[in-house]
Ligand binder design. Structure first.
Ligand SMILES: Cc1cc2nc3c(=O)[nH]c(=O)nc-3n(C[C@H](O)[C@H](O)[C@H](O)COP(=O)(O)OP(=O)(O)OC[C@H]3O[C@@H](n4cnc5c(N)ncnc54)[C@H](O)[C@@H]3O)c2cc1C
Length: 473
């Protein structure tokens, strides 16, 4: 019986059993169809709002499998998508009816402590990389939640607790191995295929499938000073006002994230605030612990905190403090702006819309990123946005499809109200499924967007890698 797959041109591609068998024979990993064991697990991603079913899932065991999958998609005109950690809010990892090229079995990490670099396969999570690099007291610039995939994060930009010191994740790449749309295997770096190297540092998944990343590493920990301090929601404006001043003056080793939400029933928060509005500051001082103690003392004395978990702790633990708030399988809808700073209007709007949150899991987050990324020249990497000081994420999260409309409406209203505080730029990795051309364009400078479109025509003229926030003009 013929296998039907979604094609690149919107038509159905019919494959006879011999063709499918030839692909399976050339492929070392598993090629899963809907009734195979493991199919459901592989197709499900972090955001339960996305419920697409690929026609086939190719679970790659190495670069040669990726080459086979690209050749197959290309030769038969099959729609494909690439799955790294499956954490993209828009569900870009999964295409409906096509071929999902699943990289998530590729989780090797090799650290060269003397050269201060780590090579990580593209199916790694952030936690996989931190686990290995921290053995040497080193760390790559990664994000805040350990189950996130390194691949999507890095090709879209990437920011975390070390961004203030070192810039975007993609600004700190040494090299990558890539399988192109022509199924060629290339090593890209500052001296090899330099334009493709540039495009992959923020241009999203448009330009090829990265099979491994080589990251610069920096001395961090293994112990740092970090944790969270929480206050009641009624103190939100006072805390945000202090946060504005404190974070603007803080040295780059100190990164702070403000979170406005209802208190989860977590053991670090007193029972009497569970379910009540709170504001929490997550702080990470990646320099000397004693320096961090002195720096954070005034913040810890501010007002009447209801909880304070700031302590000496392993950096790898700090990197997963937010994990429990972001489980796989909830319904998620985000809207996001870059901010050049925080002013009283930002504070008033954030406090007002936090007061209107509809779900116990939703939050408004302000991630401080200002520092090294602002100093790189325009055009250094397409991640760009070198005027950004904070990322505002309006993060809707809830359990039931029946609550979709109210929670999406909350996020959209907050986003519209806070548009006036935005630089106008946005983060490609935080764009939801519905966000289109105007928001993709907002993620890049016009010059970088033009360069990316030209490189897309050169490296992927048929737009094989289209299940992305597409750069194709
Ligand atoms: C809970 C949570 C926390 C987050 N925290 C942060 C954070 O702290 N900092 C931050 O910067 N971002 C953060 N993000 C956003 C994150 O960067 C994006 O969601 C990113 O797409 C996740 O990467 P992934 O590999 O898990 O994505 P997937 O959903 O697997 O893939 C998304 C897209 O990435 C591309 N892609 C995946 N693998 C490859 C590959 N091997 N080669 C080329 N392209 C590929 C493809 O276009 C794919 O369609 C967070 C997301 C979540 C859900």
């Amino acid at each position: 019986m013929a296998t039907k797959l979604a094609g690149l041109n919107g038509k159905t591609v019919e494959l006879n059993p011999e063709t499918l068998q030839a692909f399976k024979t050339a492929f070392k990993g598993q090629v899963l169809s809907a009734d195979d064991a493991g199919f459901e697990d592989s197709r499900k991603i972090w955001n339960a709002m996305i419920d697409r079913r690929p026609g086939l899932i190719a679970r790659c065991t190495g670069t040669a499998d990726v080459v086979q999958a690209v050749r197959f998609a290309r030769q038969h005109g099959v729609l494909s998508s690439v799955r790294g950690g499956g954490h993209n809010i828009a569900g870009l990892a999964v295409c409906e009816g096509g071929l999902m090229i699943d990289m998530s079995l590729l989780r090797g990490v090799w650290v060269d402590a003397a050269r201060r670099v780590a090579q990580a396969q593209a199916g790694c999570t952030l936690g996989d990389v931190d686990r290995e690099t921290q053995l040497h007291g080193l760390a790559a610039v990664l994000g805040f939640v350990s189950a996130t995939g390194i691949a999507g994060l890095t090709v879209g930009g990437g920011f975390g607790y070390l961004t203030r010191s070192h810039g975007w994740t993609c600004d700190n790449l040494v090299s990558m191995e890539v399988v192109t749309a022509a199924a060629q295997v290339l090593r890209v770096s500052e001296t090899e295929h330099t334009e493709l190297f540039w495009a992959l540092r923020g241009g999203g998944g448009n330009f090829g499938i990265v099979t491994s990343f080589e990251y610069k590493l920096f001395p961090v920990g293994p112990d740092i000073l970090g944790g969270a301090i929480a206050w009641r929601g009624e103190d939100a404006k006072q805390v945000l006002d202090a946060y504005r001043e404190f974070s603007a003056k803080a040295p780059r080793e100190l990164t702070t994230v403000a979170v406005l939400r209802r208190a989860p029933p977590a053991p670090w928060l007193p029972k009497e605030v569970h379910g009540q509005p709170i504001i929490a500051l997550f702080v990470c001082h990646s320099g000397k612990v004693e320096d961090g103690e002195a720096l954070l003392a005034p913040l810890r004395k501010l007002g009447r905190p209801v909880a304070d978990t700031v302590m000496r702790r392993p950096y790898a633990q700090m990197q997963s403090l937010l994990d429990a708030t972001q489980p796989k399988g909830r319904r998620y809808y985000w809207k996001s702006h870059y901010l050049a700073g925080i002013d009283s209007r930002t504070i008033d709007l954030a406090a007002e819309h936090a007061g209107r949150i509809r779900s116990p899991h939703s939050a408004i987050l302000l991630f401080q990123i200002q520092g090294a990324l602002n100093e790189r020249p325009a055009g250094y990497s397409p991640a760009g946005n070198r005027n950004a000081a904070y990322v505002l994420n309006i993060a809707g999260a809830w359990e039931s499809a029946a609550d979709d409309a109210v929670n999406v409406a909350w996020a959209r209203e907050c986003f519209e109200a806070m548009r006036a505080c935005s630089t106008g730029g946005t983060y490609i990795n935080f764009l939801t499924e519905e966000e289109g051309r105007d928001r993709i364009e907002a993620a890049y400078s016009p010059a970088d967007l033009g360069k990316l479109a030209a490189l897309k025509r050169r490296y992927d003229p048929d737009n094989l890698f289209r299940h992305t926030k597409s750069i194709a003009a």
